[in-house]
Design a protein around this ligand. Structure first.
Ligand SMILES: C[S@@+](CC[C@H](N)C(=O)[O-])C[C@H]1O[C@@H](n2cnc3c(N)ncnc32)[C@H](O)[C@@H]1O
Length: 286
């Protein structure tokens, strides 16, 4: 691949998915795209680039998809799910007691382990959510991961990563060598294709947004842009959960860290008090 070919791919990937590849990631592009070129019946990357320049939309989508990193697992990093159970849900159960509805968005859901982990957490709340309308919307750029997510089928290796055995026994059924999530948990999550670089205001407003381990691939301006648009999609007393290597600090004033809860952020709304726990929000706004 010539430096011009690499530059073409770098620019295209940044425009299409936000992926911000540094100049030294040529090996990564080659390792992911040479198999794709072969599958498309092309001898190598120069021919793939030529074809992309000809403007084939399906091939462009395949290239973007091949370059996404879909690493995920059940209850990834554990702490966010502890925050969900111990901080976020108690606050929202109180704050939404009048309308008894809750909307959660998982904004880069990969193969589904994250939104299904959220669904299992909510299920474990049992009677506390009886009679509530709970919506979990899970989105990802990649059609391939969404198809896998919808099936709710996971390998032995996947269910051994992060999923407590009690939840495996309770919420999964073994089918051959795979494990399928029970229909009640699958029905709690709606999967849709969505590119975070594009307008997502049509999704409506959420009480909780999980946007974990995707912004790390974007440059600073793109992160700031996404945070700005996320802030318009979240209730003033809602929550934003980021990945362990992600922060809003230095990128946006739209959110601020929730005190003593790593990875948890709240909209930076002046004078806002949280129902039931105004003192906490007063601390948070300092
Ligand atoms: C590393 S996975 C993270 C999955 C999950 N959030 C977690 O933390 O385990 C990143 C996901 O972001 C998706 N992604 C990458 N660029 C995206 C974009 N521009 N819009 C939406 N999703 C994107 C990828 O397809 C991939 O599934």
């Amino acid at each position: 691949m010539t430096p011009f070919d690499y530059e073409f791919l770098r620019k295209m990937l940044k425009e299409r998915s936000g992926l911000d590849l540094s100049a030294d990631k040529q090996y990564l592009v080659e390792s992911r795209l040479i198999p794709l070129a072969r599958k498309a019946g092309l001898p190598g990357l120069p021919e793939l680039v030529q074809k992309l320049k000809g403007g084939t939309e399906a091939l462009t989508a395949d290239v973007v998809e091949a370059m996404t990193t879909n690493e995920t697992f059940f209850f990834r990093d554990k702490v966010p799910f502890d925050h969900l159970k111990a901080t976020v849900m108690p606050e929202l159960l109180q704050a939404r007691a009048g309308r008894r509805s809750l909307r959660i968005w998982c904004a880069a859901s990969s193969t589904g382990q994250e939104p299904y982990s959220i669904a299992m957490c909510l299920k474990e709340l049992g009677a506390a959510l009886t009679g509530w309308r709970v919506e979990i919307v899970a989105t990802d750029l990649s059609q391939g991961v969404l198809e896998k997510s919808r099936a709710g089928l996971f390998s032995q290796f996947e269910v051994q990563r992060g999923l407590p055995i009690q939840l495996l026994v309770k919420h999964f059924a073994q089918t051959g060598e795979l494990w399928q999530l029970n229909a009640d948990i699958r029905a709690m999550v709606q999967f849709r294709q969505l590119n975070l670089l594009q307008d997502f205001s049509h999704l409506g407003v959420f009480d909780i947004i999980f946007c974990r381990n995707v912004l790390i691939y974007f440059d600073q301006d793109t992160k700031t842009n996404v945070f700005g648009r996320l802030s318009r999609m979240i209730e003033p007393d809602g929550f934003l959960m980021l990945g362990a290597a992600e922060t809003v600090v230095g990128l946006t004033e739209a959110f601020k860290p929730y005190p003593d809860r790593r990875g948890l952020y709240i909209p930076n709304v002046a004078g806002r008090a949280r129902a039931g726990q105004p003192a906490l929000r007063a601390v948070a706004s300092r």
